[in-house]
Design a protein around this ligand. Structure first.
Ligand SMILES: Nc1ncnc2c1ncn2[C@@H]1O[C@H](COP(=O)(O)OP(=O)(O)O)[C@@H](O)[C@H]1O
Ligand SMILES: [Mg+2]
Length: 256
């Protein structure tokens, strides 16, 4: 089991899009996948057509069993079949209260432990505002993915997130899997210059930029992944390329 967390201390940069797209794509390819929605807005929960629920709160604070909080997503929604598994631990406003209700920094790691042999990959969507819940999530995380806009303040959020990630380094090492530039308009000077800056600073960690396109927002509104909503659109190919990146990691782990 590998735990991948999607973060950036800035809202509207593509966190939920990344988390839900990658989770849906991996599940469609046969990986037993768990998506944890750790943002009180519950957008990741809604993005896969499920109702907002206090799933994460019940799991971490009320000690509910994982069977009670892991909701299966109907396979037709993400292009799976009767053999594939995509579960969501849902979120709602109660997620805000988790940080003040857990005393154990390892609450998330402990909750995930019994899933080690039944789930291949856990994807965690986070909120932009840092909290003790984020700390507990980092302690359970193997890899981080950082979506960012090609704009100054998003880089600021990225820098803040990376600093905070480094601060837990002596207890638990989290690797950066990738930085994804979202909603990029390469024809604008600002975006292309910022993309260059990002590449100078982070090199190979910067994944293929994702152009601004309405199909992503439409897919979110229809509560399906973009590769189901617009399978022939270039956005669908990009979505699959994100899934490929994570799949390469999972296959590498299998080989070990
Ligand atoms: N490449 C894109 N082009 C246009 N809109 C996008 C793109 N990617 C995501 N969006 C939209 O941008 C908004 C913010 O994305 P979201 O993933 O919810 O960000 P976050 O979780 O970081 O707040 C959503 O409405 C989403 O559908
Ligand atoms: Mg979000």
């Amino acid at each position: 089991m590998i735990v991948i967390t999607v973060g950036n201390e800035k809202g509207g940069v593509g966190k939920t899009t990344t988390a839900t797209t990658i989770a849906a794509g991996l599940a469609a390819r046969g990986y037993r996948t768990l998506l944890i929605d750790a943002d009180a807005q519950g957008h990741a929960t809604r993005a896969l057509g499920l109702p907002k629920t206090p799933g994460l709160y019940n799991w971490l604070v009320r000690d509910a069993d994982y069977h009670e909080v892991m909701i299966p997503v109907p396979p037709e929604r993400y292009g799976g079949n009767e053999h594939t598994r995509l579960y969501v631990v849902g979120s709602n406003v109660e997620t805000r209260n988790i940080a003040s209700s857990i005393s154990d920094a390892y609450a998330v790691a402990d909750a995930l432990e019994p899933l080690r042999d039944i789930i291949d990959v856990v994807i965690i969507d986070t909120s932009p505002t840092p909290s003790l819940l984020h700390g507990a999530i980092y302690l359970a995380t193997d890899y981080m993915i950082y979506p960012t806009l090609c704009e100054y303040w998003s880089f600021d959020g990225l820098a803040e997130s990376l600093t905070r990630q480094n601060s837990v380094r002596n207890v638990h090492e989290v690797k950066v899997l990738g930085i994804i530039p979202y909603r990029v308009r390469l024809q604008t000077l600002e975006h292309s210059e910022n993309l260059n800056r990002l590449r100078e600073q982070f090199g190979e960690l910067v994944w293929e930029p994702i152009p601004d396109s309405i199909v992503w927002a439409e897919a979110a509104a229809f509560q399906i992944p973009v590769f189901i909503h617009a399978p022939d659109h270039s956005a669908a190919q990009i979505a699959w390329s994100l899934v490929d990146r994570v799949e390469a990691l999972l296959e590498g782990v299998h080989d070990e």
